[in-house]
Design a binder for this molecule. Structure first.
Ligand code: ATP
Ligand code: MG
Length: 139
């Protein structure tokens, strides 16, 4: 099995948060670790460092620091790709066309406030898990 980092981003209602957690379990993921955490500006900048030259970077960092995130380590066979499939594309209007059952198609507000994050590769998953959960072993 493989591990990925999933984040339920700030401003997600308690009700929706519970619903997402339930869908994650129904989809066959194991939640290996879970914590609520408010990211500092520095951590959010580090987390999204690959986007630091994008025009939306400051907005993205502000959004991620606005309130508590639910941080999850999900494990399953092919977890990285399976979780990205479950999220759908970043832009909810695209998600509605190409992946109508996905979380972002159903629940995202717009391309910025799109409720969930998932690591984009196994390599990124390991880096992100290290950043958020420190010493947790992914083997
Ligand atoms: P994530 O990395 O959060 O799992 P992703 O890999 O689908 O999402 P990325 O291209 O890595 O999407 O973008 C990271 C995040 O930046 C998006 O989830 C979204 O919150 C924000 N974002 C991406 N594109 C835009 C944009 N054009 N305008 C505003 N915000 C954006
Ligand atoms: Mg990404």
């Amino acid at each position: 099995t493989e591990c990925t980092l999933a984040v339920i981003k700030p401003d997600t209602s308690e009700e929706l948060r519970e619903k997402i957690l339930e869908e994650i379990q129904v989809a066959g993921f194991t939640i290996s670790q879970q914590k609520e955490m408010i990211l500092s500006n520095e951590m959010a900048e580090e987390f999204y460092t690959q986007h630091s030259d994008k025009p939306f970077f400051n907005q993205l960092v502000d959004y991620m620091c606005r309130g508590p995130c639910t941080m999850l380590i999900l494990s399953k066979e092919d977890a990285v790709q399976e979780w990205r499939m479950m999220m759908g594309p970043a832009d909810p209007s695209m998600a509605k066309e190409t992946a109508p059952g996905s979380l972002r198609a159903r629940f995202a507000k717009d391309i910025l406030e799109n409720i969930v994050h998932g690591s984009s590769s196994l390599h990124h998953a390991q880096e992100e898990i290290q950043l958020i959960f420190g010493g947790f072993s992914t083997k």
